[in-house]
Design a protein around this ligand. Structure first.
Ligand code: AMP
Length: 404
């Protein structure tokens, strides 16, 4: 059974095709700069002898429709599939599912309309996700398509966690509340951790830390998300590559008054010029660590702030959950940076959380337990795989809807 996963951005399409018998990736690729003369598709595939090959196609791809057609043509030429209908399903990453979507959903016209209705909540992401859905429904009309929402896993948050202390009408009329994101990743690593711990997910209490260019953490009680650091948008919470995370809400007003900048300009600064980049000029953690190791004071400060915010959330979520089985590090930084893991957990021994320095010295490509033997709570690196999670959820959703 072959399943395609699509992640459409405003000028890009990222894709993978899985063989679901063994979860292997048959082909993957990224088409960038759609609509420009310099469009570029970089793709990989496994040939008949099991070797991974790579190629690049350059030239103008006018729009997403042309882009997906190119991807499908290449996939057919490579023999990854011989007919589009060989795809058992296509899973689409959709950023915002609002309160309407708690789980992956088979795409029919009214689902498309509902996703369109979420555009005011995710104006940067949902329009691009929708284009991906529409184009792929046109090109593969006989293949079942499933929307997998970044927000869905966090829909189990109780009202006291998802409400903001604002006039209630803003929630009723404008849907202002916390939704949370990275749900596919938090869910995937939680399930993997449950397997590792040898317990059902429904009896696991976890704090998951997704630390990539975007960063978020989730409090998972009895297998369900009860709180998460991102809010109505992905701007709230931890310090990120270029996003500020938690902020006194008065600051944008103060900045508008004192700099004369518009709210749009300030929103852009909070999203694109803040976080690690705002503090030390770089958003790539490898570069920040390199500078900090050489004594660069802004880079050291950026790392201290990044880890201090993580530590505060670990404490808060421990209190919210009441007891913990494990803390999970994932994402490009969580999987690779021993410095960030060590600093984030430093001084938490009295909470029963301690890392073994030697075990922590890894860039983990598989589940790795880095807890000290004295640690009551396990600290585990679990590499994330959002694409595989989307593919698995796509299969489950199609099976469930066929059974109805
Ligand atoms: P992601 O968004 O999950 O792809 O993660 C991207 C982030 O992971 C960037 O900030 C990278 O600098 C960071 N990253 C990747 N490899 C390493 C590494 N070896 N050490 C520190 N950070 C890393």
């Amino acid at each position: 059974m072959k399943v395609m996963v699509l992640n459409a951005g405003s000028s890009s399409i990222k894709y993978q095709i899985f063989d679901m018998r063994d979860s292997s990736v048959l082909t993957s690729g990224l088409l960038e700069q759609i609509g420009e003369a310099s469009s570029r598709l970089k793709y990989k595939w496994t040939n008949g002898e099991g070797k991974t090959k790579e190629a690049v196609e350059e030239g103008c791809v006018a729009d997403h429709s042309e882009g997906l057609k190119l991807i499908l043509d290449i996939t057919l030429k490579l023999g990854v599939i011989h007919d589009l209908n060989e795809l058992a399903g296509i899973g689409h990453r959709v950023v915002h599912g609002g309160e309407a979507f708690w789980k992956p959903t088979l795409i029919v016209d009214k689902v498309v309309d509902a996703v369109r209705g979420m555009i005011p909540l995710a104006p940067l992401h949902n329009p691009a996700n929708l284009i991906g859905i529409e184009v792929s429904r046109q090109l593969c009309p006989a293949v079942p398509q499933v929307a997998v929402f970044d927000t869905a896993f966090h829909q189990t948050m109780p009202p006291h966690a998802y409400h903001y202390a604002l006039p209630y009408n803003f929630y009723k009329e404008l849907r202002v509340r916390r939704y949370g994101f990275h749900g596919t990743s938090h869910h995937y690593v939680a399930k993997q951790c449950a397997i590792y711990l040898g317990k059902p997910l429904s009896s696991c209490n976890l704090v998951t830390l997704h630390l990539g260019n975007g960063t978020s953490t989730a409090a998972i009680k009895d297998g369900e998300s009860i709180d998460t650091s991102m809010g109505m948008t992905p701007l709230e919470g931890l310090v990120m590559g270029t996003r500020c995370g938690d902020l006194d809400p008065s600051i944008p007003f103060y900045l508008a008054r004192s700099t004369g900048k518009s709210y749009d300009e300030i929103e852009k600064i909070l999203n694109k010029e803040s976080g690690l980049k705002g503090i030390c000029g770089y958003n790539d953690m490898r570069e920040v660590e390199r500078l900090a190791a050489g004594g660069n004071a802004p880079a050291k400060l950026a790392i201290e702030m990044f880890c201090y915010r993580i530590k505060k959330y670990i404490g808060a979520y421990y209190a919210a959950i009441g007891s913990l089985d494990a803390i999970i590090f994932t994402g490009g930084i969580g999987e690779n940076s021993n410095v960030i893991r060590k600093e984030s957990c430093a001084g938490l021994q009295n909470l029963g959380i301690a890392i073994d320095e030697a075990k922590n010295h890894v860039r983990a490509s598989k589940i790795t337990d880095i807890s000290a033997s004295s640690s009551k709570i396990k600290v585990i690196i679990v590499p994330t795989n959002e694409e595989l999670e989307i593919a698995q959820q796509t299969v489950e959703c199609i099976k469930t809807s066929e059974a109805k």
